[in-house]
Design a protein around this ligand. Structure first.
Ligand SMILES: [Fe+2]
Length: 207
């Protein structure tokens, strides 16, 4: 059965037939396959005028420094990509940017790295919350969590120190292969949100 249609005539999911949904699924997969390019575009959106954001470097340079430090520390591609993408949520989610970045990364990285990115903003607060009258030790609520140390280490060694105008970071192009490798990995149908094993089972049932 072809999954291409000259026109999509359906007006609601309730009335779409199987052929319609297969065509939609195929289009979703093509769209998802272009995610690495869109992540790179979002990273470009972090570019800004130095100093205009109250930081010595803009958010893109901060992200590049963070990723470069992780790369030079011989971290895995997954880790380096997390370091590069961890603040990408700043564009659309300034009130919980870690959650947005973690959501983008979730299908492609370990649970440990996903948790680390999702919680990094609270852990980063150790370095400045007290200047704003907040509790710099707020991260201690996760003291007994399995990955507490990972989030502490990420902020200490890679994130909080990456605002250095004099640091020689790699350009974004340097990280493109890692982005395409990690975020370009085949995953389940994007809207299903299931594991690759579940996706294989769904594909078997569909075929
Ligand atoms: Fe950051």
């Amino acid at each position: 059965m072809t999954i291409e249609k000259a026109q999509c005539r359906w007006t609601s999911l309730a009335t779409a037939d199987r052929e319609d949904i297969l065509a939609l699924d195929a289009a979703d997969r093509k769209w998802a396959a272009l995610l690495p390019a869109r992540v790179l575009m979002q990273l470009q959106a972090l570019r800004g005028r130095d100093g205009a954001l109250g930081m010595p470097v803009d958010r893109l340079e901060h992200s590049l420094q963070c990723a470069t430090r992780a790369y030079r520390d011989n971290r895995s591609d997954e880790y380096v990509v997390c370091a590069l993408v961890h603040d990408v949520g700043d564009v659309l989610a300034p009130y919980d940017h870690g959650a947005l970045a973690a959501c983008v990364l979730k299908p492609f990285v370990s649970e440990r790295l996903h948790w680390m990115v999702a919680h990094h903003a609270l852990f980063q607060g150790y370095y400045y919350f007290h200047h704003l009258g907040h509790d710099r030790f707020a991260r201690e609520r996760y003291r007994d969590h399995l990955w507490y140390g990972d989030a502490v280490e990420f902020c200490e060694r890679f994130d909080q120190c990456s605002f250095d105008l004099g640091y020689a970071s790699h350009p974004l192009e340097f990280f493109e292969p890692a982005i395409r490798e990690v975020i370009g990995r085949h995953r389940a149908a994007p809207e299903l949100g299931c594991t690759s094993i579940e996706a294989a089972e769904l594909a078997r049932l569909r075929d």
